[in-house]
Design a protein around this ligand. Structure first.
Ligand code: ADP
Ligand code: ADP
Length: 228
C-alpha cells in the first residue's frame, strides 16, 4: 500500500480564489523518487503545501498510511514529512549545531553518514566548523549551505522528503551532490521533488506531469516519451 495517497484532491487559496488543484489522484510508494514537473502555476507547490498541511484540501482526502492527514498531530507529521525549501535558513553557529538542530541526540557516526549522503564529508574536517565565521580560511558557499540543509533534514530519517529544486540556482557540484543524495535517500524512503532539470527526472521512479491543477500523466521518463 502507498505511504501517501491523494484521493481526488481539490484546493484553493481562499473562498473567491480560482482552483489551484482540480482533482488530483496520486499514490506515493514507500520507497522511491517521484518527480513533479509542469509549467509555472500548474499546482506543483500546492501539492507540497497540502502534504505539509500549510493548506487544507477543499475536497478529497490526502492520507498517510491510510489515515487522513488531518487526523495526525502536527508535530508527528512534521517528523515524518520533511520539506527542504530553497534557502532553508540555517542556525548561525557550527555545523554540528545545525545538524543536531531537530535531533539533538544523534550520534557522531550518523552525522558523518548524512554528510556523506550530500558529499560534504571530505570537504568538512570538523563538525565545529562555523557557518558564519569560517575556520581554516574555508568559506561555506551557498551550494554547501543547501547541502547542509538537506543533511540536517536527513538526520531525522524522514519517511517522506520533499525537495523543491525548481527555482534553484545551484552550481554543478551541488546539483550532482543533491541528485545523488536523492537517489540514495529514495532507496530507504519516499522522496518527492519539484523538478526543474530533465536530468533529475530521468532517474525518477515516477514522474507526475501537472498542468492547470491536474495530473496530466504519470510514468517513468521513458514511458512519458513514448506516450508524448
Ligand atoms: P515554477 O514556476 O513552479 O518554478 P517552472 O515553470 O519554473 O515552475 O518549472 C517548470 C519546469 O518543469 C520547466 O523548467 C521544465 O523544464 C520542466 N517541465 C515542464 N514540463 C515538463 C515535461 N512535460 N517533462 C519534463 N519537464 C518538464
Ligand atoms: P507551481 O508550483 O506549479 O508553479 P502553484 O502550486 O504555486 O504552481 O500554483 C497553483 C495555482 O495556485 C496558481 O494559479 C497560483 O496562482 C495559485 N497560488 C499559488 N499560491 C498562492 C497563494 N499563496 N495565494 C493565492 N493563490 C496562489
Amino acid at each position: 500500500s502507498p505511504v501517501l495517497a491523494f484521493h481526488d484532491v481539490h484546493a484553493r487559496y481562499g473562498p473567491g480564489a480560482p482552483r489551484a488543484l482540480n482533482g488530483v489522484r496520486l499514490d506515493i510508494a514507500r520507497r522511491g523518487h517521484t518527480a513533479i514537473v509542469g509549467p509555472s502555476g500548474a499546482g506543483k507547490t500546492t501539492m507540497f503545501s497540502l502534504m505539509l498541511r500549510f493548506l487544507e484540501a477543499e475536497n478529497g482526502v490526502i492520507s498517510l498510511d491510510g489515515v487522513p492527514l488531518d487526523q495526525y498531530v502536527l508535530a508527528d507529521l512534521r517528523e515524518r514529512i520533511v520539506y527542504v525549501e530553497q534557502d532553508t535558513p540555517l542556525v548561525s553557529g557550527t555545523l554540528r549545531q545545525n545538524l543536531l538542530y531537530t535531533h539533538p541526540d544523534t550520534d557522531e557516526e550518523a552525522l558523518w553518514a548524512v554528510l556523506r549522503d550530500v558529499r560534504l564529508d571530505d570537504r568538512v574536517r570538523t563538525l565545529e566548523q562555523g557557518l558564519d565565521t569560517p575556520l581554516d580560511g574555508s568559506v561555506i558557499s551557498g551550494g554547501e549551505r543547501q547541502r547542509i540543509a538537506l543533511a540536517r533534514a536527513l538526520v531525522g530519517e524522514p519517511e517522506i522528503l520533499l525537495l523543491d529544486e525548481a527555482t534553484a540556482q545551484l552550481d554543478g557540484l551541488t546539483e550532482t551532490a543533491i541528485h545523488d543524495a536523492v537517489e540514495r535517500v529514495a532507496a530507504r524512503g519516499a522522496v518527492i521533488t519539484i523538478a526543474h532539470r530533465l536530468s533529475t527526472v530521468v532517474d525518477a521512479d515516477q514522474i507526475l506531469v501537472m498542468e492547470d491543477g491536474l495530473c496530466r500523466a504519470t510514468g517513468t521518463h521513458d514511458e512519458l516519451l513514448v506516450t508524448d
